[in-house]
Structure formats: structure tokens, C-alpha cells
Design a protein around this ligand. Sequence first.
Ligand SMILES: *Cc1c(COP(=O)(O)O)cnc(C)c1O
Length: 432
Amino acid sequence: MFVSSNLSINEKGNLAIGGVDTVDLAKQYGTPLYVFDEDLIRTHCRQFKNSMDKYYGGEGLVCYASKAFCCKEMLRIVNDENCGADVVSIGELYTAMSVNFPAEKICYHGNNKTPEELELALDYGVGRIVVDNEIELELLNKIAGEKGKKVNVLLRITPGIDAHTHDFIKTGKIDSKFGMTIEFGTAMNGVKKALSLENIVLEGIHCHIGSQIFQIDPFEHAGEVMLTFISDVKKECGYELKTMNLGGGFGIMYTEEDSPVAYDLYMKKVSDVVKAKAQELGVNLPYIIIEPGRSVVAPAGITLYTVGGIKDIPTARKYVSVDGGMTDNIRYALYQSKYDFIIANKANQPKDDNVTIAGRCCESGDLLGENVPLQKAEVSDILAVCATGAYNYSMSNNYNRVRKPAVVMVKDGNSRVVVRRETVEDIIRCDI
Ligand SMILES: *Cc1c(COP(=O)(O)O)cnc(C)c1O
């Protein structure tokens, strides 16, 4: 009945997350409020990690893609679960540094990293820089030289797999701002370039084929394409790449229309394919890295709002306005993503209304959902949006100078603030 296993209805008929009453949480901390279930985050980390140990056998690392939800407490949890972390900006790196996240377990991504970012990454000793292109290779080589360091690198490869259309493009144009395509020899040239640069240590290759993917075969296919490239490099350059990073993108359930695959099935199937292919090609079984983001955190989080205005336009639709919107969840405005909505204080009642959920910003497009089933809403009700743990807080913004909500975690029936609510002082903090 709920999209996430951590949601339930308690004896008061209220929605609970991790056993904690969401109406109480809204009362205690105010709304809008992000709430995460710590145990479910930990469970997901373990599912990925255990599946890798169990099925792959060889060595590997689960690297949480911190862009999905990044704050100090999240990275402490990820580290505690023996996972690594991906970062894509100086802000994410700095967050990791602030909790002494082990540098060797950090991957630094991005298609246009600045010299400032690369310098900080080198100073902190980031374990793997995922280099996007030859220009960046040269820049990194130069910065490393100035610091008298050698830098460990994965090259971002575009394997030509479109996981969403399920169309495995073998030839023709490959349109992505990220990485080097195998197709035109760009990737092979990148390898040769990396091998020629004295401060670059080429450890392996990386790819990330998309997000919210529900099939396993695109991942299997990516594994095959990447291994074939490792074999080609071995033949052409006499150099064996040690590490293969297959990225993230594992799908989750936002609404009942979604049918995600059990997390451990990915590693099971991908392991089989990779092992068989490595043997066939005569290359060593690579050190494997996967980078789940959404799948770790999205189902663990919800957002709570207070219902304000309700506007029923008989010839059009019924708007239910909440005290947040595109400032804390921009995903509907960006790409019409679907969510499951529940009136938290009426969770045991049927959803016999059909409404549009509107945010509070001065934008007609500031909506959280249209044409969604909901219990009969009244002013002051608490509206819960499910599976908002990924790409919500991390994409939150101060449009209209709206303050960012607090983030609360629940565990063992208790709750605690892990990111405090912004104040109006925070809003003007950088103003001169
Ligand atoms: C976004 C991203 C991820 C995580 O993707 P999810 O869909 O959240 O699992 C992993 N690796 C890279 C390089 C990414 O850009």
C-alpha cells in the first residue's frame, strides 16, 4: 500500500516513518520538513555491499553518489557502512572532508572540474579522479606536477548504451556532454594520452549509463562493453586497466507504476556476465565499483508540508497549496516526476479526491503533482510526499528567498535534526 517499506499507519490513523508519527514530527519541528529513516539508508548500503561480496567475489567498492543527498550526517553513515562516496563539486568534497571521510574511498566526478577543485582534491588525497576528457587530463597532470604528486585516475567512458530507450547504440552519434566515446577512438586516444603523462596513474575506466533504470540488461551490456575495451587496451597498449566502475542508476519505486528490481539482483547478474566475459577475453577480473545514489536514499525519505489554501475551480481542477514546493522539491517542475501523496493525519482514509498540489512560489509551474489521488484535504492538514530522499534536499534552493527546510532523521523510535532549518539571517548571510 506504500511505496516504501518504512511507512505504516499507526494506531491514531496517522502516517508513521520508521515507526515515528509524522504528525508529531511536523508539530515538533515545523514544516516543510524532510524526514529520513536512518535504518533504511543503512539497509540499502548493506544490500549493495553484501551483494558485491557475495556474487562478485573479486574486490570492489560501493561508492554512494552523494549528489543524491549530501550532508555531514549522511556521509558519516555511508562511511560507517564501509561505503565510499562520489563527489562532483568542491562543496560535496568539503562536506566529506569535514567529517574526515577517508580520502582513498572518494571518487571525484564532473565534466568540467575547475583548477581550484582539482587542487583541493589533490591536497586531500582523493583516491580516484574520474577524468572526463583530454583537456582535463592535461590540466590535472600539470597541477599534480606542481604539487609533486602522482594522481590516480579513472577515465570516463561513454559506452553508447541508452538505458532508457533500451536501445543499445552500436554505431553513429553518441550525444552526451560526459566522457569519451569508444566509438570514434576518443576513449583509446584518452588512454594513450593518460599513459603518456608522467603524473597520471591510469587505474581504470568508468561509465554511468543513466538513472532510474528498471532493467538489468543495460548494466550487463555496459559491463561487456567496458571489459571489451579493457581487452582492446591490453592488446593495443600492452597495459591492463585494473578497475572498472559501472556507475549508478538503479531504479526505485516512486508510485505503484514503477517496478524496481531487487537491489542484489544487479550484482548477481552483472557479476555472472563480467566473470564470463573476463575469462573469454583473457583479462583479469577487474576491481569493481558501483555508485548507487537514488536507490540508497530516495525510499528512505519523505517530505512533510502543511496544507494552506484550497482552491476548487469547478471547470478546471482543485488546487491544494502547501508551504513548500519547487524550492524543496523541484523534480516535478523539472521533469514531471511522479510521487505518492498522503494526508498524514488521514492516512487510514480512502483517497477519494483528485487534486493538484501547488507550491508557494511565484511560478505557475511550481507544482508537486497534478491529477493525483488524495484524501479530502483541509486547511492545516499535514501532507506527506513519499520517496523524496534523493534529489530533493540536494536540489533545494532559495528561490523567492524561501528558507530551506530542516532535515530530521528517525531511528529506534527517536528523531534528531541533522540539518537545521534556515533562518532569515541565513538568507542574507552572503549579502554585502
Ligand atoms: C548521478 C550519478 C550517479 C548516481 O545515480 P543514481 O541514479 O542516483 O543512482 C552515479 N554516478 C555518476 C557518475 C552520476 O553522475
